[in-house]
Design a protein around this ligand. Structure first.
Ligand SMILES: CC(C)(COP(=O)(O)OP(=O)(O)OC[C@H]1O[C@@H](n2cnc3c(N)ncnc32)[C@H](O)[C@@H]1OP(=O)(O)O)[C@@H](O)C(=O)NCCC(=O)NCCS
Length: 144
């Protein structure tokens, strides 16, 4: 699913397997008729346990525009494993309109503020090989 969801980084199968085993409590899968159509990978950063960090969100092309991504984020923050998190962070490249649209909509849905700041920069961190990843921070999260 991730590989079919440009512009997401494909990472490796090994990385995806670690996400859905070691981080299963903070990852979400959506299925329709036995087929996976949605995926969110996320974790509680050990250095910032008051946050939930969302790594990737992917919805199968056949299921886009139905509110599934928003529902998966809702389900994520309602998980017991996310209890106590007061903010959600993610990183987004400037040109990823779908991602800004999604997280902007999610912030509005939570009645929260979305702030952004550069996190990993094109030259300093990627040697010019990858666009700057902006950290988007949504806070405060609703309490469950
Ligand atoms: C981005 C993606 C996850 C959205 O999934 P989805 O289930 O269609 O999203 P939803 O229907 O829940 O829409 C949520 C919000 O995002 C906005 N949005 C979705 N796709 C968008 C796009 N291509 N451009 C701008 N905004 C978009 C919607 O308008 C909606 O906001 P609204 O409620 O204010 O109208 C899906 O298009 C996808 O998998 N894209 C490829 C991977 C990717 O870019 N992931 C980015 C997140 S890391």
């Amino acid at each position: 699913m991730v590989a079919a969801s440009a512009p997401l980084d494909r990472n490796s199968a090994y990385c995806n397997l670690l996400q859905c085993t070691d981080f299963a409590e903070t990852c979400v899968v959506a299925e329709r008729q036995g087929r996976v159509i949605g995926w969110v990978s996320a974790y509680r950063p050990p250095s910032a346990p008051d946050r939930i960090f969302v790594w990737q969100v992917a919805v199968d092309a056949s299921a886009r525009g139905e509110g599934l991504a928003l529902r998966m984020l809702d389900a994520l923050i309602a998980r017991p494993a996310v209890a106590g998190a007061t903010s959600l962070t993610t990183t987004i490249t400037e040109g990823n309109a779908a991602s800004w649209g999604l997280f902007g909509a999610f912030a509005r849905r939570c009645n929260a503020e979305l702030t952004k700041a550069p996190r990993f920069e094109r030259e300093a961190h990627f040697g010019g090989a990858h666009d700057t990843e902006w950290e988007a921070r949504i806070a405060p999260l609703p309490t469950h």
